[in-house]
Design a protein around this ligand. Structure first.
Ligand code: SAH
Length: 258
């Protein structure tokens, strides 16, 4: 039997309309869809009626060995001749382990394609009225994982380079680690009044954004009970929100009512 193709598809940042046309075509033709926690469930309604839908979500902080299981599913289903979609939030290769899954498929000689998606760091920023680059304000933009910590021996970030070498920084998976991130940036030379925005559930109807500085954003986030998924965006581009905020997000009473 000929092998099925595996499509590693980026579902986009949350709002289901932000998937690509090609990503949607892959969903429509899939026999099997293995999807992650942050993928909009609305997208699954475009699957064929008989398609097999497999949930492969990981809760933040609990990884277990689901990744091994995912690799097994991908290989097994493709060897059965099925068209498989591996549907991931945002872009499959931005903190999505798309690279690892592609390696497994390449090793097994299984045909695959990578279908890029709109990544949360750029999309949530845009929906908060913040362009990640802007002429004369930000000429560089860095995407960083925010979940490493030195005390836990997990921090492989070059904070000095980051604090001095990038105008805009988007931290993914960092909201539980926000004070540490701000401390490190300040300790390594970023001015403590550098603007920071934290955007929760970006691009969805649940989107909330809070704005502060490296000095006070951790407190603001705590008071507003912002949790994951959220993007932490550091840099002077955050100021542009004042003039170009366009998306109607949750605001106002939620600070008091939560
Ligand atoms: N591959 C994904 C990222 C996966 S890592 C992408 O390209 O977007 C998961 C992290 O992405 C979350 O912890 C959060 O930091 C970010 N994220 C994903 N969806 C988000 C959303 N709708 N709003 C804000 N942050 C989001």
């Amino acid at each position: 039997m000929s092998k099925g193709t595996v499509y590693l598809v980026g579902a986009g940042p949350g709002n289901p309309k932000l998937i690509t046309v090609y990503g949607m075509e892959c969903i429509q033709k899939a026999d099997v869809i293995i999807y992650d926690r942050l993928v909009s469930k609305e997208l699954l309604q475009y699957a064929k009626k008989e398609a097999e839908l497999i949930y492969a979500g990981k809760e933040p902080g609990k990884h277990g060995n689901i990744q091994e299981q995912i690799h097994e599913w991908l290989v097994e289903k493709a060897l059965q001749g099925k068209t498989v979609v591996r549907l991931k939030g945002g872009d499959p290769c931005v903190f999505g382990r798309g690279g690892e899954e592609a390696e497994v498929l390449a090793k097994q000689g299984i045909p695959f394609e990578i279908v890029p998606g709109v990544t949360a760091g750029i999309a949530a920023a845009a929906y908060a009225g913040i362009p990640v680059t802007y002429r004369n304000v930000a000429t560089s933009f860095t995407i960083v994982t925010g979940h490493g910590r030195k005390e836990k021996g997990e921090d492989r970030i070059d904070w000095k380079a980051l604090a001095n070498g990038s105008d805009t920084i988007a931290f993914y998976m960092g909201v539980g680690n926000l004070s540490y991130i701000c401390q490190q940036l300040i300790a390594n030379g970023k001015p403590s009044d550098t603007k920071v925005a934290v955007i929760e559930w970006g691009t969805t109807e649940k989107q909330r954004t809070v704005v502060g500085t490296l000095q006070n954003i951790a407190e603001i986030v705590k008071a507003a009970r912002i949790s994951h998924p959220a993007i932490i965006l550091v840099g002077e581009v955050v100021r542009l929100r004042e003039s170009i905020q366009w998306f109607a997000e949750l605001e106002g009473e939620w600070i008091e009512s939560t």
